[in-house]
Design a protein. Structure first.
Length: 280
């Protein structure tokens, strides 16, 4: 009897957990779904029921020069951030995992620290600093700020992958006469490709979707996509904003998913080719 009661209690606990989980997901993703659906509403007043299906808000969005300029700015900043953070993150992770040097623990803490501090506090702190030294806000400082925010995540992803790579592969290459740079380029880096691509995509997404830090660091007259959305919301709530939000969702969610699918496809192709090589 006790065993039967425990089983029933366990089933009800799992059902309750599943119900709460579903409610949480609905609470999180319902606004996103509503934004995407309302972006195709024919009426200029966003709301349900929809009056019809239309793509007019996307056409108006493509004709909005301010939005296009903000998109180009965010895209450029995100690409530069992804390239720089990937290079810095890979080198930093390699040094932290493979070498012992004075101040290693301090360096590791400093690298991860921006991920532990809330972006708003970090943005205000750096804004106060550049004001104290009488440094005007420039695009270079904005890009450096995005790099500062994205580097910890690239380092963590690459470190996790680096720990799983056995040192014997590099030592074998070094014992055969390869230089340390050649060993890293020919042995370690190919094994790090999944982490490198994952870190680059994550850095791109963090930079492209950043709002709080960009508000404090952007130069006067420069808008990124998130800050452009905020400025449009201050004027009025138009279905054009729903279309812009949908584009943001597609970029920030679609790019990482596409990168993951490409990596999975490459991994499967590589695994299929291994038995053929062994048979030869």
């Amino acid at each position: 009897m006790r065993g039967t009661r425990r089983k029933q209690e366990g089933r009800w606990a799992w059902r309750l957990t599943g119900f709460v989980t579903v409610c949480v997901y609905i609470f999180m993703f319902a606004p996103i779904v509503a934004t995407v659906v309302l972006s195709f509403n024919a009426s200029m007043f966003g709301g349900f029921p929809m009056t019809g299906f239309s793509l007019q808000w996307y056409s108006k969005l493509m004709a909005n020069e301010a939005v296009l300029a903000a998109f180009r700015t965010s895209l450029w900043i995100a690409l530069v951030t992804a390239m720089v953070t990937t290079a810095v993150g890979v080198v930093t992770a390699f040094a932290l995992v493979r070498f012992e040097f004075p101040g290693k623990q301090a360096l590791s803490t400093l690298v991860i620290l921006p991920a532990l501090v809330p972006e708003t506090i970090l943005g205000v702190g750096l804004l106060v600093l550049i004001k104290a030294i009488d440094q005007p806000r420039t695009m270079l400082l904005l890009v450096l700020g995005h790099i500062l925010l994205a580097v910890p995540y690239v380092v963590l992803i690459t470190q996790a992958r680096m720990v799983g790579i056995r040192r014997v592969y590099e030592e074998a290459a070094l014992s055969l006469g390869a230089s340390r740079l050649s060993s890293f380029r020919e042995i370690t880096l190919p094994l790090l490709i999944p982490a490198v691509v994952g870190g680059a995509l994550l850095a791109f997404t963090i930079s492209f979707d950043n709002t709080s830090a960009s508000l404090f660091w952007r130069p006067a007259g420069v808008e990124t996509m998130p800050t452009q959305i905020l400025s449009m919301l201050k004027i009025s709530i138009s279905p054009e904003i729903n279309a812009l939000g949908t584009v943001m969702i597609l970029v920030t969610v679609g790019i990482p998913l596409l990168g993951g699918l490409i990596l999975q496809s490459l991994t499967r192709l590589k695994r299929r080719g291994e038995p053929k090589e062994e048979m030869k």
